[in-house]
Design a protein around this ligand. Structure first.
Ligand SMILES: [Zn+2]
Ligand SMILES: [Zn+2]
Length: 137
């Protein structure tokens, strides 16, 4: 990236100055504009290290809520994580259901394996929703 392009890119980021109290996660010197992932390939933006709030910089230019310093974790970011985790949980459970086939023909051991798999999936989804893991289920 050339110097002039870097300057003009930063001028476009008003949230860098008008932070509303948020402290944006950094990648070295620069704000990490991939700290927030809004789903899909093209929704990303800054994320606050204090409260976890983030937004897509392509969809909006400024944060739409003040930083609460992390006091209340029911932020937009937390809701977004839950929204992200739910489809993964459903997909995972559907995959397990398809793999199992007819429950009436399953052995007790197979049923137990399936229940454990569902349980692990639910725990992983819960951890994802809480922001304890950044990975996949
Ligand atoms: Zn914040
Ligand atoms: Zn977007």
């Amino acid at each position: 990236m050339t110097a002039p392009a870097a300057v003009s890119a930063r001028e476009g980021r008003r949230y860098e100055v008008e932070t509303r109290g948020h402290e944006w996660q950094r990648d070295g010197e620069a704000i990490d504009i991939f700290a927030y992932q809004g789903g899909g390939d093209y929704h990303n933006g800054p994320r606050c290290v204090k409260c976890g709030y983030g937004f897509c910089q392509h969809c909006q230019s400024l944060p739409d809520e003040d930083c609460d310093g992390g006091a209340a974790r029911t932020t937009a970011a937390a809701k977004q994580r839950m929204a992200d985790a739910a489809p993964q949980l459903l997909d995972g459970m559907q995959a397990i259901a398809l793999r199992c086939g007819d429950p009436l023909t399953m052995t007790p051991a197979q049923l137990q394996d399936a229940l454990y798999a569902v349980h692990e999936m639910a725990v992983a989804a819960l951890r994802l929703a809480r922001g304890e893991t950044g990975g996949d289920l």
